[in-house]
Ligand binder design. Structure first.
Ligand code: BDR
Ligand code: CA
Length: 314
């Protein structure tokens, strides 16, 4: 089987954690590394959560620490209301003694991109700071990365402000750098991820697997169920949908548009501007490099999760 080489870049995060579990058990993935970024919770938690998860499930994949702040610096509101104080809801994983990778996130991305010469796919599921920094530091990345499939943005609406999705809102400058880099991008935004919803029956199924991965995912979903009952976010697989879309592109239907991220507006900072009107596409005078997800096949997404997490045996 021809495997797809990927790096996941996450701010783990409850739904990042489920996405990561799915990626670890996807047979057609060659997961080269996981890089971490601040976002849902501060970097010390997102990094620790990621390393603990990967080692707990018995994988030796490098976990590299990334940016502690958005690319322009400054502070922002993290998402502890959605993901809990440490980012993993009510789940506590054993602390591993294993070290982080000796290289940082930017160096790790560059190293893999050079080694794979055009084949690497980056899958960021948090603020896209690390990838923007890598592009600025190593412009040759443009010819070395096949695609960036990111969870973030929305054609319409937002979940932090009326116009901005969380990952885009945390680091809009980084997202704008990435979208204008010339690297082909696929945007898995709220337009589709708010329909990527699981339910109790999925949690029950994963628990019945009796594997570490199955129980971990079930525990995370149970946290989300309680969160939702209290009026919080539903069991949305924002980040899992981005991973699934790499494994099986037909899970999302996309269309190519010119996309940029608004960095300055008083009310629109973090809004992803998707030029759906051809006039504006021409005005922008740039090739439409971003495939924007417009629809998803929810039964296929659910089947994907069941199949790959079902691969976990211990
Ligand atoms: C995104 O924000 C985070 O809370 C989730 O992990 C996801 O990446 C959704 O807006
Ligand atoms: Ca995330």
């Amino acid at each position: 089987m021809q495997k797809i080489p990927i790096i996941m870049d996450c701010d783990t995060g409850t739904d990042d954690a489920i996405a990561l579990v799915a990626a670890l058990y996807t047979p057609n993935f060659d997961l080269r590394a996981v890089t971490t970024v601040t976002g849902n919770v501060p970097l010390k938690y997102t990094s620790r959560n990621t390393l603990n998860l990967v080692r707990y499930l018995g994988f030796e994949i490098p976990v590299a620490v990334g940016a502690a702040q958005p690319i322009m610096g400054g502070r922002f509101r993290s998402a502890t209301g959605t993901h809990g104080h440490t980012g993993m809801g009510t789940v506590t994983l054993p602390d591993t003694d294993a070290p982080f990778y000796e290289k940082n996130a930017v160096e790790t991305i560059i190293e893999a991109a050079r080694a794979l010469a055009g084949e690497l796919i980056l899958v960021p599921t948090g603020p896209i700071t690390n990838i923007a920094q890598a592009i600025l530091a190593y412009p040759e990345l443009q010819g070395l990365v096949k695609e960036i499939v990111f969870m973030g943005g929305a054609m319409i609406g937002g979940n932090v402000t009326p116009n901005a999705e969380f990952n885009a809102w945390v680091d809009p400058e980084a997202l704008s750098i990435v979208l204008n880099s010339g690297i082909p991008c696929r945007m898995i935004g709220l337009d589709v991820t708010t329909r990527a919803v699981l339910d109790q029956s999925e949690a029950d199924y994963f628990r019945s697997l009796e594997s570490k991965a199955g129980i971990l995912v079930a525990d995370l979903l149970d946290f989300m169920l309680v969160r939702h009952q209290k009026g919080g976010e539903d069991l949305l697989m924002h980040d899992g949908l981005a991973v699934a879309a790499v494994a099986h592109p037909d899970i999302v239907r996309t269309q190519s548009f010119y996309v940029d991220c608004e960095c300055h507006g008083t009310y629109t900072r973090g809004h992803t501007y998707v030029a759906t009107n051809e006039v504006y596409v021409k005005k922008a005078e740039r090739p439409a490099l971003c495939q924007v997800a417009l629809d998803l096949d929810l039964p296929k997404l659910k089947a994907y999760f069941r199949e790959v997490i079902g691969n976990s045996v211990v």
